[in-house]
Structure formats: structure tokens, C-alpha cells
Design a binder for this molecule. Structure first.
Ligand code: HEM
Length: 487
């Protein structure tokens, strides 16, 4: 036991050194200025300017490509709120980062407010105002009344964060389920194939049922989560409440058809549908026997459909990674790749925790002799897979963080940085629980005869790890909506 514990600690240290080296390389090759949330960077006339005479138009420029979804989302008004702009605003064909609108000729002296609501390339809705004056005299307060500024669910509000969390849990759960079946459950069954045959046959059937029930629930859940995300995003883009967005089919249609976010959601829906189709085909292949009988269960079904499902899920997660901050950061392909690897590693780890808990809880009831050997073999395989997954998650997380922060001080001076600190802080109790579990698993294998009490302790430990890691995913769902420290 002592020898095993020493090995694990050295492995963790090596992994940590690797993470720091990766982070250092990442930080050194990434240029200083990054964009990862649409921000107004300049305008003509300039903000707070006092002009001798009325300009022909107002032009706003942002740090990344933006979209104007509704005509009313850009206007200019005078100090009483009377429209000073004519026609509708638009993104000029020569500059996807700009927005322009014409003004009525010969505007009288006074304070004017340009009010905007735009959709950034990272799918976040940004609202704001820009004030300027014509003629001498102090500028009066900007006119916000009548704008859609501030209406609609905020990007860091309950609806947006819960929609993102639901999407991450359902998609991550599907990746975790598939990975557990092939990287943990199948090898564990092969390990104990020589043990009690009765247990083996029951375990095969139990494993197959758990996989397909899980797949069905998560695939359906993922589609619902995408629908929820679409409704919340539509409410945010249209500047309405979530409840009224639910009934606004035209508005949702507009967001689906006219925005980058809408295109990504449509592609995800098609990929999820394909995943469901491949899953249904494999489900029938695994259960459908001759003359209505059920086919003999196998450890994990056929590799080809599993590879297809993994490829479809990988494409969906890549898309989710390419939709957010990573796509607008410097070296977007590298950042998107890191984000993708981060999410896959987290999904494999958290999915494994949930399924090992379920296995240790339900397997003893499903097989005649309690399946302790199989339970221990599952633990041993998961322990190896989880260590690697956590290592990759931490390494890619640090590399992603270095891509979004411009100064260590961002970690405590920005909300984004503080969310990262909370994530890292929540990792420490997990590390303690994981090491304790790892020692228990090693002792179970060395003793050779796994006892029920030890398996219950490991199950409880895995349950605690799962709860804390889901809390980290809640923080991550908030993090992706916050303004990265680099801005
Ligand atoms: C050293 C530890 C970690 C660091 C520094 C870190 C940092 C980050 C960063 C910078 C992002 C990108 C956010 C963005 O797009 O702006 C991210 C995403 C994410 N992190 Fe971590 N992370 C760490 C560990 C973890 C762990 C342990 C989990 C899960 C238990 C986790 C779950 C996630 C998830 C789910 C996302 C994707 C969010 C999304 O795209 O919606 N992270 N992380």
C-alpha cells in the first residue's frame, strides 16, 4: 500500500509540473491583447465629444464582429428622447465590427444618446450607450428610457447559467457514459470474466440496460437543453423575458435564421438527431434477437457504432467550444482545441464518478453473488482513467486561463478571474477525496477479497467528489458568460 501511495503522489507531482510547463509555454506564445467579449472601442463622433455642428451619422466600432438582430436595437435620441436618427442602423459591408446609422440633418444644439444592443461573435448580447453633444454647454444624462438596454435575461443570470449548465451536464454525461462503457466497464468485465459466471451474465445485462437507459435520458435531455438555451438566448437577443420568448416563434425563428448562434444551434440539433439515430440502430442491434427474443448481452456492443457516436459527440463538443470565448481569443484554433480537451476530460471524469457510484450501489442488487470483484475491477480501471482525465482537465484549464487573463492580478481583480480561483479552490477537497479513494482501491486490490464496508466508503467518497465537481461545472457555466480578464 505505501509503495502504491508514493507512486500516485509522484505521478501527481509530475502531472502538476507538466501543467505548469504547458501553461508557461501557452502564456509565452499567446500575444498580449485578446478579444473575447464584444466591447465598444471607439465611435464617430467620439464619446463625450462636443461638436460645433450636427454630424451626418453615428458610427460605432467594436473589438469583434457583431450582429444587429433587430432594427430597433440601434437608435439615437436627443435629450428628451425624441428620435434624432433616421432609417435603421446597419453593419457596414466593409467592416463587420462596426455599426452605423444616419442622423436627421441640422440637429439643434443639445445632448444626444446613441443606444445599441448587439450580438457578439461569442454569442453574448451587449447593450450600451454612447453620448455626445452639439454646441457648447455641459452634457446632460444619457437617455435610457425606451431602450431595450437591460431588458431580457442577463448573460450571467439564472436562466443563461442554468441553460448552459443543463447543456454541459447532458452533453458531458453522454461523453462520460460512452467513455465509461469502453474505458472502464468493458476492461473490468474482461478482468473478472473468470469469476462467477452467473454474476458475469447478470452484470452484462445490467450494464447494457444502464447504458441504454442513460443514453436515452441524456440524449433527450441534451435536445431539451439546447431548446432551453435557444429560448433563453432568443429572450436575451430580443430583449424580452424568457416566458414571453417561449411564445415568440417568429422571434426565435429570427434568432435561428439570422444569427451565428442560431446556425450553431441548428447544426447541434442535426448532430444530436444523428446521434439519436445511430444510438437507436445500435440499441436495436444489441437487444433485437430472432423471433422476438433478446440477444445475448455483450460488454460494450460493437466498436464501429461506438466510434460513430464518439465522433458525433466530439463534433458537438467542438462546436460548443468554438462558440464561446475561445473562438475570439488569440490563436483561436489552439484555444478551441484546449477548451475541447478540457471539456472532454471533465466529462470522462465526472461521468465516471457518477457511474462508479451507480455501479457500487446497484450492481450488488443486480447480480447473484454481489459482484464485489467486478465492483473492485471497475474502481481500479476508473481510478486510472480519472487520474489521467483530471490531469488533462487541470493542464488545459490552466492553459485556457492563461489565454483569457492578461495579468495574474486578473485572478482577484476580475469576476472572471475570481470564478477561476473558485474552481481551483473547489479542486482541493476533490484532490483529497480522490487520493483517499485511490488508497482504498489499492488496498482492496492488494487484499484480494474486497469487503462491502470498504466499497461503501469508496462509493460515498465518489458521491462527494461528484457533488463538488458538479459545483465546479456551475461555476464554469457562469465563467463562460463573464468578461475575460484580458479585456
Ligand atoms: C486548474 C483548474 C482549472 C482551471 C484553471 C480551469 C479554467 C477554465 C477556463 C479558463 C475555462 C474557459 C472559460 C471560457 O470559455 O471563458 C474553463 C472551462 C470549463 N471548465 Fe475549467 N478549469 C479548471 C478545472 C476544471 C474542473 C476540475 C472542471 C470540472 C469539474 C472544469 C469544468 C469546466 C467546464 C465544464 C468548462 C466549459 C464551460 C463552457 O464552455 O461552457 N474545469 N475552465
Amino acid at each position: 500500500m505505501r509503495r502504491h501511495a508514493g507512486g500516485a503522489t509522484i505521478l501527481c507531482i509530475r502531472l502538476f509540473v507538466l501543467t505548469v510547463v504547458l501553461a508557461a509555454i501557452g502564456a509565452s506564445i499567446l500575444p498580449a491583447d485578446a478579444a473575447a467579449h464584444a466591447v465598444l472601442i471607439d465611435s464617430s463622433p467620439a464619446a463625450e465629444a462636443r461638436l460645433p455642428e450636427s454630424p451626418a451619422s453615428v458610427r460605432l466600432r467594436f473589438n469583434e464582429p457583431i450582429q444587429l438582430v433587430q432594427a430597433a436595437d440601434l437608435d439615437v435620441v436627443d435629450g428628451d428622447g425624441t428620435p434624432a436618427s433616421i432609417g435603421v442602423g446597419a453593419v457596414p459591408p466593409d467592416d463587420a465590427t462596426a455599426l452605423a446609422i444616419a442622423l436627421r440633418p441640422g440637429l439643434p444644439p443639445g445632448t444626444y444618446t446613441a443606444r445599441f444592443r448587439v450580438l457578439g461573435a461569442d454569442s453574448h448580447v451587449i447593450t450600451g450607450v454612447m453620448r455626445f453633444g452639439i454646441g457648447p454647454g455641459a452634457l446632460s444624462e444619457p437617455v435610457l428610457a425606451g431602450t431595450s438596454a437591460g431588458s431580457g435575461p442577463g448573460a450571467t443570470g439564472f436562466f443563461a447559467v442554468s441553460a448552459r449548465f443543463a447543456e454541459l451536464v447532458m452533453l458531458g454525461g453522454l461523453v462520460g457514459l460512452l467513455a465509461f462503457r469502453w474505458l472502464v466497464w468493458r476492461p473490468a468485465l474482461l478482468d473478472v470474466a473468470s469469476e462467477s459466471h452467473a454474476d458475469h451474465v447478470h452484470a452484462l445485462a445490467w450494464g447494457r440496460d444502464v447504458f441504454w437507459v442513460g443514453f436515452g435520458v441524456l440524449a433527450l435531455g441534451a435536445m431539451l437543453a439546447e431548446g432551453y438555451l435557444l429560448v433563453v438566448q432568443s429572450a436575451s437577443v430580443l430583449g424580452t423575458s424568457v416566458m414571453s420568448a417561449v411564445g415568440d416563434i417568429d422571434g426565435i425563428g429570427e434568432v435561428l435564421a439570422d444569427t451565428r448562434f442560431g446556425t450553431l444551434i441548428q447544426t447541434r440539433a442535426i448532430l444530436l438527431f444523428l446521434l439519436f439515430a445511430v444510438g437507436s440502430w445500435q440499441f436495436l442491434a444489441e437487444y433485437g434477437g430472432r423471433n422476438g427474443g433478446s440477444r445475448e448481452p455483450t460488454a460494450a456492443g460493437k466498436p464501429l457504432p461506438a466510434l460513430l457516436m464518439a465522433a458525433l459527440l466530439g463534433t458537438i463538443l467542438w462546436q460548443v467550444s468554438a462558440q464561446g470565448h475561445a473562438s475570439q481569443a488569440p490563436l483561436p484554433l489552439l484555444q478551441t482545441g484546449l477548451h475541447f480537451a478540457h471539456m472532454v476530460a471533465v466529462a470522462v471524469w465526472i461521468g465516471g464518478l457518477a457511474l462508479v457510484g451507480l455501479t457500487l450501489w446497484q450492481l450488488p442488487r443486480a447480480v447473484p453473488n454481489g459482484g464485489r470483484e467486478l465492483g473492485t475491477a471497475v474502481l481500479a480501471h476508473l481510478s486510472r482513467v480519472a487520474l489521467l482525465a483530471v490531469g488533462v482537465a487541470v493542464a488545459t484549464g490552466i492553459a485556457r486561463a492563461s489565454g483569457q487573463l492578461s495579468d495574474p492580478a486578473d485572478l482577484w481583480e476580475t469576476a472572471y478571474g475570481r470564478s477561476i480561483v473558485i474552481k481551483i479552490a473547489l479542486l482541493s477537497p476533490i484532490a483529497f477525496l480522490a487520493l483517499r479513494n485511490r488508497r482504498l482501491v489499492t488496498s482492496l486490490r492488494v487484499l484480494g477479497r474486497p469487503n462491502a464496508a470498504a466499497l461503501v466508503m469508496v462509493r460515498r467518497g465518489a458521491g462527494a467528489e461528484l457533488a463538488i465537481s458538479l459545483a465546479i461545472v456551475v461555476v464554469a457555466s457562469l465563467l463562460t458568460a463573464q468578461v475575460p480578464g484580458r479585456l
